[in-house]
Design a binder for this molecule. Structure first.
Ligand SMILES: [Zn+2]
Length: 141
């Protein structure tokens, strides 16, 4: 079975079910299909509006996906840079940051995890930390 959106010559739109597209063409050529509103048998298939929407939605999704992948590859580059140049301290991040901050002899780049609360506390102490979205949890294992 196939559902068609149909339109009569007076632009009345209605839906009808057919066995297949051949049956539709056959009934149409025999002028058996009638408009449900005015009864005219001059009918044509109207544009399938759900398909139009789907196409737009698909294009939109494709764009979002493309932007996401672009952003993701950008983030991966940042992550690789950080992983290469910074030392990972994991959950000890805020403690390690303080050690470095208060012990001026230490000077190293670290990265790790901190909660929002910890980050705020560090900021209150005048310690600037930056946060970036992290894509995988490899380091958690
Ligand atoms: Zn009609």
């Amino acid at each position: 079975m196939i559902k068609y959106n149909l339109k009569c010559k007076h632009n009345h739109e209605f839906e009808s079910w057919f066995l297949d597209s051949k049956e539709f063409e056959k009934l149409k050529s025999k002028k058996i299909i009638e408009c449900t509103l005015c009864g005219t048998n001059i009918i044509q298939k109207s544009i399938m509006s759900p398909n139009v929407l789907n196409k737009k939605q698909k294009e939109k999704n494709a764009k979002i996906l493309k932007d996401y992948k672009k952003m993701q590859s950008h983030l991966i580059k940042i992550q690789k840079f950080v992983e290469k140049n910074f030392e990972y301290v994991g959950e000890n991040f805020s403690r390690e940051v303080r050690n470095i901050y208060y012990d001026k002899r230490k000077n190293k780049n670290i990265y790790g995890k901190a909660t929002i609360k910890e980050t705020e506390e560090l900021k209150e102490e005048g310690i600037e930390v930056g946060s970036i979205p992290w894509l995988d949890s490899k380091k958690d294992n």
